[in-house]
Write a protein that binds this ligand. Sequence first.
Ligand code: SF4
Length: 375
Amino acid sequence: MAGIYIHIPFCKTRCIYCDFYKETDESQMDAFTEAICREAGLRRDEVKEPVRTIYFGGGTPSRLSRDHFEEIFKQLAALFQIDPDAEITLEANPDDLTGDYAKLLQGLPFNRISMGIQSFDDKELKFLSRRHSAQQAVSAVKHCRDAGFGNISIDLMYGLPGQTPEKWRENLIQACELDIEHISAYHLIYEKQTRLYTLLQRGRVQPATDETSREMFSMLIDMLALNRFEHYEISNFARNGKYSAHNTSYWKNERYLGLGPSAHSYDGESRSWNVASLEKYITAIGAGELPQERERLTHSQQYNEFVLTGLRTMWGVDLLLLKEQFGQEMYDYCLQNARKFIRENLLTIKENSLILSREGIFISDGIMSELMWVE
Ligand code: SF4
């Protein structure tokens, strides 16, 4: 088992662009914590190997108190064999990361903080309906460092309506000045069923042009490289080899257990996902039932995931492993479709791995879709 993901579905307020499952009513936190512990107990047999990563995502996991975390950690330690060097991450909002809260977290098993900063510009933060200010973001990083955290990641967002490349550059300069190990940077997506999508449909916001998006992505890659960040996955950059072990296990197709409402799990052959409703989740778990659906992946779906996730990373698609797991026919298919991209220097083969070149990264979606197996 690569890891355990725990979905904490509470947020104080809703950000304009967000389609993750969350609730703003926090009155069910105690019942939720109890349900997480019960679900872990019900699914203990799904985890046979030592647990190497634990990731509290959300939602806003930093809404939980010390008591909630202690209850969950106690249960995980009782049920599973946790590797003593396991990476244990908390996703946190900057406004929750006061000096006192950071110290409280340091007293728990967490050894990595992933902070949803998104921007260092107060106007952009306001547009995104984030609760924190740019100053709070900078202070939150300092509070975590002062509390003793040696592995800090921040999330940034670009391609916002009206955002200029110059403004994005200022965000990157500020990020690089921080003493952090990891940056995840994502282009804004207009997800259906968000307030942002409604604004788009009403013509109230103007999405970034392809040209601007490309310029910003290029700036991101170049500036972070100059500042000693290694570009190890399309949207992820790490200093000193501090890759996200949890997310890397997703990209390497390793197994994981997802606990909590809307959490997904993968056992190497099938995916399952819990109901995206706190109320239904608590009720079902209370009755000893798992509120989940399951889909068994076909051979070609597994091949597609293997190629897609591998190509996203700097390690690329391991071609020998591909041949071993999926057979000669799929191996030949992959190489045959990759050939034209190799000729155009968009893909390269290094030590038996198929890897996107710098130019290839810019059109990765197109390349990936050409390598997919269509039934
Ligand atoms: S804090 Fe995170 S999970 Fe909550 S609404 Fe904002 S983006 Fe979504």
